[in-house]
Design a protein around this ligand. Structure first.
Ligand SMILES: [Mn+2]
Length: 451
């Protein structure tokens, strides 16, 4: 089947699922995932149900396990919609939820059906949900079936895909590419080639350089006056003739080229690839680049403010810089804390285990070990443990220096041995999940053997 035929098959199921939602006249509860993709999916369905004048509420979960489903089951609603989660938890949902359930997800589905389930998943249409369409993309296909007005939400389908790392080297494929072409055609997204620094259209260029940590440039990254000096040494003025701060998008082609050359040299020296720094920029109507906006939404989730993310998706962008600032501070604090604890790290030939305990928030442990892996950790793989507040779980994050390592598979096998059934997913080079509190050492003992 070619891509368009597959999309048609997905759209056919979407039309069937849409009918169930259209008929619903009671109170609808939406439950979505708290990452960038889930927030985009949430915003798409939120706005669409608003177009349809439905009575609804929305909430977010970090993951969907038995405890979360039992808790959701206690609440009052006449229809439940899961977004970006649920396809892998159908048996549990069936056991606990007795009203009509809509599941809109792109993760590999469990084969489970019942008469009150309305399931929309790209795998059933032969579409690869890991690379070709995100949760937000599937939500968009459903939204289009529900209302023609939802066409304006197409850019969020692309932001969700970017948030889920579905554009390696900045290139989209499959359904994502079809959606992107459509978004470009309608003017929702504009594509440009250039330096992929965050803040291209939104910040003074010296600020964009200062905030840039990849490449990390000594005395420039995190240093405002250093960044100003760095630019003036390249002959780039940070203010224009009227005295206004210049943004990266205001530079002449020559200036941008000069800047790119220097940054790429630094970047490649740190082990990066030039095409990660220079390439296509996907500009949204709110002046953010797609990747950049997905990281803002991701920060909203990590700061436990997913609803703020939904508002930003729907056009209220004030406060986005504050979110990024707060998030950067949180990460910086956690990295400092982890560095102080380095004597407690367990180091084997292959893996460094960062025993974060209750000192490192589960929401940032993954980002913290990614940063440590660049300069502090010598092994190929880092595993971080962070406490989940008030829960009997510990978050485990896994990161590898190269993408070829299947960490998710190894973690899954360890989790099975420890005896905790479900373990979260991941993409190559990164994975995450939860294990029961107190089983961290058991995880450490077993993990090396499965790598
Ligand atoms: Mn997703």
């Amino acid at each position: 089947m070619d891509a368009k035929r597959k999309v048609q098959a997905l759209a056919d199921t979407a039309a069937y699922v849409a009918q169930a939602i259209e008929k619903e006249s009671g109170h609808i509860k939406i439950v979505s995932h708290f990452d960038a993709d889930g927030i985009c999916a949430g915003a798409i369905i939120y706005k669409t149900l608003e177009y349809l004048s439905k009575d609804f509420e929305i909430s977010f979960v970090k993951q969907l396990g038995k405890e979360e489903i039992v808790e959701i089951a206690r609440e009052k609603y006449t229809m439940l919609i899961f977004l970006d989660v649920g396809s892998g938890q159908l048996a549990l949902i069936r056991e606990h939820i007795h009203v009509p359930v809509v599941v809109v997800d792109h993760h590999p589905p469990e084969e489970c059906r019942w008469d009150k389930l309305f399931h929309l998943n790209p795998h059933h249409a032969g579409i690869d949900g890991a690379n070709e369409i995100s949760g937000a993309g599937v939500a968009y296909v459903l939204a289009r079936s529900l209302s023609a007005q939802s066409k304006s939400l197409i850019d969020l389908a692309i932001v969700g895909a970017a948030g889920d790392m579905q554009c390696p080297k900045g290139i989209f494929c499959g359904v994502n590419l079809l959606l992107l072409e459509d978004a470009e055609y309608t003017g929702a997204i504009r594509c440009e080639k250039g330096l992929k620094l965050f803040g291209r259209y939104t910040r003074p260029v010296h600020k964009a350089i200062e905030y840039c940590t990849e490449p990390f440039i000594e005395n420039v990254s995190g240093n405002e006056s250093g960044a100003v000096q760095f630019l003036s040494e390249l002959g780039i003025n940070v203010v224009d003739k009227k005295g206004k701060w210049r943004k990266l998008c205001d530079l002449t082609a020559d200036e941008e080229k000069k800047l790119s050359t220097v940054l790429v040299v630094e970047y490649v020296a740190c082990g990066g690839r030039a095409d990660e720094l220079i390439g296509t920029i996907y500009k949204l109507k709110n002046d953010y680049d797609v990747m950049e906006f997905s990281s803002v939404l991701n920060a909203c989730g990590r700061l436990e403010k997913p609803l703020l993310g939904v508002k930003m998706c729907l056009g209220a962008c004030e406060g986005s810089e504050d979110v990024l600032l707060e998030y950067r501070r949180k990460i910086a604090k956690a990295v400092t804390c982890a560095r102080r604890m380095r004597k407690s790290f367990i180091v084997t030939d292959k893996v460094t285990y960062v025993m974060g305990g209750s000192s490192i928030d589960e929401n940032v442990i993954g980002t913290v070990i990614s940063i440590l892996l660049k300069r502090d950790i010598k092994t190929q793989v880092a595993v971080g443990f962070g406490c989940v507040k008030g829960e009997k779980w510990v978050k485990v994050s896994l990161r590898a220096k190269s993408r070829g390592v299947d960490l998710g598979d190894a973690a899954h096998k360890v989790a099975a041995q420890i005896g905790c059934g479900a373990y979260g997913g991941g993409h190559s080079g990164a994975a995450g999940g939860r294990i029961p509190k107190g089983s961290e050492m058991r995880f450490v003992e077993l993990f090396d053997g499965f790598l």
